[in-house]
Design a protein around this ligand. Structure first.
Ligand code: FAD
Length: 598
């Protein structure tokens, strides 16, 4: 394979978001020679966009807060489908991980007593989100990145991994290309941590950026790993709806945490009509009580605007469907009439600028128009809860690409903490595994040639459809048929549609050459999006109940039977589609069950 660029490490981390950076730091500190590969520039990962904060039961505002309450909130938010052990580790270790970020230089907002400030978010009983204004992700990335670079971790940026290389099913390295030159690169490594983030770019309206094409999900499946919870996609209730160029862009939940309310076109504060039985006892049922809560949280229950995201997104969807939406097909989010302008500008500086610059709306003076947007995937690589190892020896996953932690619905703030807790664990386990190997798996030359061949395939066809039109159709279908509200007939239509898109993709062609060629890059990403979309639609069709991020119009209630099992997705025998199986949920030990007895 004359002249292919080649490197060798103990641990390769794919992804430079919070999970990847934290994993790489842990692996390096455990003594592993470690590299990070990321397809955008360092610092551009999704994590940088995180606004609201990091959930951790530090008890700075509420001494009553502790890991047990955080664990309980997380499990209830996920409608008890979470892997209990992951939820436990996450709640126990998040405070330490936040303190450590502070030690490494992160500057969090403060309480009057000088402690790290914590803000309210949906589904969290106590104010729990450590934050830096509404730019928490930026501070987190800045801190982790600085540390990673300082301790000497090598970074391959603008480099996309397209294959995991294996010997006898064990990980032997990764294959990828430099986005700028189109040249290939092989990195030999016995341990790989996937930290590639989410899948949002398979949907038309999304808060996610161009990078989130489900690469890690697809790479894991192709290597023989399993995915769980893929039917659970989180639609964030509040994305921008206008102007069209920014449709889907996130409006942080902090707007509601800081006092913002939702109104329909009739001016009605409608969330009171949508309080589900499951959360009734802890949700205010009058405007008066809801408003008192902001100042007196002890004696009042939470406003219904702060129900978990799945509940709020469904309610907004219903109001819009019933014809009570805003002019541009959303609903109103109003903080202007509730807080003074100074407060809004101080607490929500990014939101203020986002609306001013992009929509010419002054959020201190008028309501925002918002609607649901595809935001996060709960589903991902099935991992051991303590080590983050997948079913493939040498392959680990952490962050949004892994599954189980959030069950059927993630609480806001629980992703950034997840990245830190499980990123660290993944990095440590990967380093320990690599160090314990007597003989490392070798990368066979044939595999390298296969990687090259596969990556160059879109150039082979003389004539064919371009990847953009296929991507466009996939996004439209996922939005229309696999969105917030689902039915069997639409999901079947989606699966048939994905088959046709796969046939079109098999015959697609790209123009030009390998130097910075976005069409080619999309062609490669599209294979992943199609595989992952099939996994989502298939699991969504199989799960005949409504739970968390998965709502079936034809099965509108949760079903206790379904509440005890996961759907597991693997690559099918032909290697082109997915197979689905059911698997019982791990059983929570009795001492943890006591937290859920009312
Ligand atoms: P990411 O940060 O998504 O990073 C993925 C990395 O993988 C990138 O470096 C990318 O280049 C790389 N990559 C992907 N594919 C490849 C490939 N094939 N080859 C090489 N590299 C690859 N969560 C919270 O807890 N609190 C919040 O306040 C919050 N706010 C949010 C606001 C917005 C607008 C969005 C979109 C999300 C928000 N979330 C929030 C969710 C949270 O930010 C993400 O879930 C989280 O950052 C994902 O981190 P990650 O490390 O798993 O992956």
């Amino acid at each position: 394979e004359g002249g292919i660029e080649r490197h060798s490490y103990d641990v390769v981390v794919v992804g430079a978001g919070g999970a990847g950076l934290r994993a790489a730091i842990a692996a390096h500190e455990a003594g592993a020679n470690t590299a990070i590969v990321c397809k955008s520039l360092l610092g551009k990962a999704h994590t940088v966009m995180a606004e609201g904060g990091i959930a951790a039961a530090m008890g700075n505002r509420w001494p009553e807060d502790n890991w047990e309450v955080h664990f309980r909130d997380t499990m209830r938010g996920g409608k008890m489908l979470n892997n209990w052990r992951m939820a436990q580790l996450h709640a126990q270790e998040a405070p330490e991980r936040v303190m450590e970020l502070e030690d490494w230089g992160a500057l969090f907002d403060r309480t009057d007593d000088g402690l790290i400030s914590q803000r309210d978010f949906g589904g969290h009983k106590y104010a729990r989100l450590a934050h830096v204004g509404d730019r928490t992700g930026l501070e987190m990335i800045r801190t982790l990145q600085q540390r990673a670079v300082q301790i000497g971790i090598d970074v391959f940026m603008e480099c996309t991994v397209t294959e995991l290389l294996q010997e006898d099913q064990r990980i032997a390295g990764v294959f990828g290309y430099w986005r700028e030159t189109g040249r290939f690169v092989v990195i030999d490594a016995p341990a790989v941590v996937l930290a590639t983030g989410g899948i949002g770019k398979s949907f038309k309206v999304t808060s996610n950026s161009w990078e989130y094409t489900g690469d890690g999900h697809a790479l894991a499946m192709r290597a023989g790993a399993s995915l769980i919870n893929m039917e659970f996609v989180q639609f964030h209730p509040t994305g921008m709806v206008w102007p069209p160029s920014v449709k889907g862009l996130l409006v942080t939940e902090s707007v509601r945490g800081d006092g913002g309310i939702l109104k329909n076109s009739e001016g009605k504060r409608f969330m009171f009509d949508y309080i589900p039985e499951f959360f009734r006892s802890e949700t205010a049922d009058t405007v008066e009580e809801a408003d008192r809560w902001y100042d007196d949280k002890k004696n009042n229950r939470r406003p219904p605007e702060l129900l978990p995201r799945d509940e709020v997104a469904r309610a907004i969807n219903s109001e819009i469907k019933a014809g009570r939406g805003s002019p541009h097909g959303g609903i109103y989010l109003d903080i202007a009439s509730r807080r003074d302008a100074d407060y809004i500008r101080k607490r929500l500086p990014s939101m203020y600028h986002q609306f001013k610059e992009l929509a010419d709306v002054d959020i201190t003076a008028e309501p925002m128009e918002i609607g649901p947007t595809c935001h996060y995937v709960m589903g991902g690589v099935e991992v051991d809860p303590d080590t983050q190892q997948s079913a493939v020896t040498g392959l680990y996953a952490a962050g949004e690409v892994s599954g189980g932690m959030h069950g059927s619905n993630r609480l806001g703030g629980n992703s950034l903490s997840d990245l830190l807790v499980f990123g660290r664990r993944a990095g440590e386990s990967a380093a320990a595994y690599a160090a314990g190997l007597e003989k490392r798996p070798q990368v066979d030359d044939g595999l390298v040639r296969a990687g090259e061949w596969s990556a160059l395939e879109p150039f082979n066809a003389e004539e064919g459809e371009n990847p953009y039109s296929i991507h466009h159709d996939l996004q439209q279908q996922m939005n229309d048929l696999v969105g917030i509200i689902r039915t069997a007939s639409e999901l079947e239509e989606a699966l048939a549609g994905i088959q046709r898109l796969k046939e079109r993709a098999a015959a697609m062609a790209v123009d030009g050459h390998r130097q910075y060629n976005p069409g080619w890059h999309l062609a490669l990403d599209l294979r992943n999006m199609l595989l992952v979309s099939e996994a989502i639609a298939k699991a969504a069709l199989a799960r005949q109940e409504s739970r968390g991020g998965h709502t079936r119009d034809d099965f509108p209630k949760p079903d206790p039977e379904w509440g005890s099992k996961n759907l597991v997705v693997r690559l099918d025998e032909a290697g082109t589609g997915v197979d689905l199986t059911e698997q019982p949920l791990p059983v929570m030990p009795d001492e943890l069950k006591t937290y859920f007895q009312e």
